[in-house]
Design a protein. Structure first.
Length: 270
């Protein structure tokens, strides 16, 4: 498949809320992508376009982000968000699907897989935070997220966003500045707290399908000792490093991101 692979955006009622998603490709095995803590689905479009050449790709707006349901009455904890993923898959009737999560999305993917995982084929965990009870804190502070969101609510341009993401391209900065205001601050705070309160390591021995851990070489999120612990907990996991990338791997090394998949999802994606 060549050319643009964007198909459409749509909403589905699943797990009792409106979930918005973007679909790319439309052919091949299903692949569901869960972005990170302040990344609406549209900000992952440049990645989904490449994935859409091989997979029927669905990028989720996690509750409290983008065009999915939000507000003070929703539960933004990891279990509710993991159940959203499983309910989304069930609502669309996806089977034999791959689940790819980045950062927060990787933690949700881990929890979703052990809570149900029905129809799941492969799991890709892109630089998930390894913080948790009794562990070192996540390296990015909460004010970085909250300050940028509050500024976006008043209106931001690419130049203002550059103060928060200095290495990004003009196009990437414009897109984040346009959509960051859709990230509901209480949802972000709850997720950030969860990075330090939720025990993801306890789920790792129970992963129901083969898993790939992708590590950002310059991210500072997953250190060599963390890789060793994860491998002890889940001996079958495959680990791939992207040496020249920070935590936002495809933004830093687009080709390296796809190369890191290797043949885990079938033929290489690079």
């Amino acid at each position: 498949m060549t050319g643009s692979t964007y198909l459409y955006g749509a909403n589905v009622q699943a797990n009792g809320i409106r979930q918005h998603y973007l679909r790319y490709g439309g052919k091949g095995e299903p692949l569901v992508l869960i972005p990170g803590i302040t990344s609406p689905a549209i900000t992952w479009g440049f990645v989904a376009e490449r994935l859409g050449r091989r997979f029927d790709t669905y990028v989720l707006d996690v509750r409290g982000r983008g065009l999915s349901e939000t507000g003070p009455d929703l539960d933004y904890g990891i279990d509710a968000c993991a159940d959203d993923v499983n309910a989304f898959v069930a609502a669309l009737g996806l089977d034999g699907y791959h689940l790819v999560g980045h950062s927060m999305g990787a933690r949700f993917a881990i929890r979703a897989s052990v809570r149900s995982g029905k129809g799941l084929k492969r799991l890709v965990l892109v630089d998930p935070p390894v913080s948790g009870p009794g562990r070192r804190p996540y390296p990015s502070g909460l004010p970085w997220y909250v300050d940028s969101i509050r500024q976006s609510l008043k209106g931001m341009d690419a130049d203002a966003m550059r103060a928060f993401c200095p290495t990004w391209t003009e196009e990437q900065l414009r897109l984040r500045a346009e959509w960051l205001h859709t990230c509901y601050e209480p949802a972000i705070v709850k997720t950030y707290q969860g990075f330090h309160e939720d025990d993801i390591h306890g789920d790792l021995p129970n992963l129901p399908v083969p898993a790939l851990l992708m590590v950002a070489g310059r991210g500072g999120v997953i250190l060599p000792q963390d890789e060793e612990e994860i491998r002890r907990l889940q001996p079958g996991i495959r680990i791939a490093r992207v040496p020249n990338a920070g935590h936002m791997i495809p933004w830093d090394d687009f080709d390296g991101f796809f190369a890191a998949f290797g043949d885990f999802l079938g033929a290489p994606l690079a």
